[in-house]
Ligand binder design. Structure first.
Ligand SMILES: Cc1ncc(C[n+]2csc(CCOP(=O)(O)OP(=O)(O)O)c2C)c(N)n1
Ligand SMILES: [Mg+2]
Length: 280
């Protein structure tokens, strides 16, 4: 790599780290307004969402229905806090809407719905996002060949048979415009993963996918994985992300039962301080 190429890569990584921090700030603000929420997951995938929305995804915040756009499908509807943060950061949603997260009448539902601008699907009925993504990928390939479909799904969703039916269909239909972003955060509702899903990467490879497994909280690893996924043809791509729930807020990184977090009013200032003290 030349010096200027490496400087450009470093500049991009620094910019993405800044975006990820902003996303985490937005998430704390949303959750603070509500006093609770699916905060751990959002903080865990903030790095992936930053790189996806601000370096990878080809879409226009001013023209959300543009037909040849890339589409991002959030299968785990309960991770909506991460999607809302990205859509606020990209200017699709208003910043002051953050305070309405989870309230009656808000567009920022605790489980994502497709009536919110920028949300492509209603998630939350777990195990369905990948199947929707496969259908979109196969359909759009002939109509807008440059468009790609990115689907976020979780380790818990790998225990749904429908996920594997979709995985088989994707490779059978050679949906190489499909990228699955599999968040392996090691939790599933109120505790550790119930069924042992390891080796995760080998399972996806066995289903005919091009697989990468990375530290999902490493911005350089995320940038490299998206680059590699973009460069490869012929197979659907899976990026297995090992993430830490609560990432970026020291107290929440250590929190047990991180699936749905209720927080004492006195703790928010501390969380915000811890986030600002975190590097990146
Ligand atoms: C089909 C279906 N079954 C059960 C649920 C209830 N549910 C909501 S979140 C969740 C945990 C799933 O694990 P994961 O997606 O890994 O979530 P995490 O704990 O990491 O947030 C479950 C079982 C659901 N939403 N949909
Ligand atoms: Mg999980």
């Amino acid at each position: 790599m030349t010096q200027s190429a490496s400087r450009n890569t470093n500049d991009l990584a620094a910019a993405m780290a800044g975006r990820a921090k902003n996303l985490r700030r937005h998430m704390l603000r949303m959750a603070r307004g509500q006093g609770q929420g699916y905060i751990g997951q959002g903080l865990g995938i903030a790095d992936m969402m930053a790189v996806l929305y601000f370096s990878e995804l080809r879409y226009s915040p001013d023209d959300l229905q543009r037909f040849d756009r890339d589409r991002f499908l959030l299968s785990t509807g309960h991770y909506s806090i991460a999607l809302w943060a990205a859509l606020v950061e990209s200017g699709v949603l208003r910043h002051d809407e953050l305070d309405s997260y989870g309230r009656d009448g808000s567009q920022l539902e605790m489980s994502a719905i497709d009536t919110t601008p920028g949300a492509e699907i209603t998630g939350g009925s777990l195990g369905h996002g990948l199947g929707l993504g496969v259908g979109m990928a196969v359909g759009i390939k002939t109509l807008a060949p440059q468009a790609r479909i990115f689907v976020e799904l979780s380790d818990g969703e790998m225990q749904e048979g429908s996920t594997w039916e979709a995985a088989m269909a994707a490779s059978s239909f050679r949906a190489d415009n499909l990228v699955a972003l599999i968040d392996c955060n090691g939790i599933q509702a109120d505790g550790a993963i119930v069924l042992d899903m390891e080796p995760v990467a080998a399972k996806w490879a066995g289903f005919g996918w091009d697989v990468q497994e990375i530290d999902g909280n490493s911005i350089p690893a995320l940038l490299a994985a998206f680059d590699a996924a973009r460069a490869r043809d012929g197979k659907p791509k899976a990026i297995v992300l090992r993430t830490l729930p609560g990432k970026g807020v020291a107290t929440l990184e250590k929190r047990e039962k991180a699936h749905f977090i209720r927080v004492d009013a006195s703790e928010w200032d501390q969380f915000e301080r811890e986030l600002e003290e975190t590097g990146g």
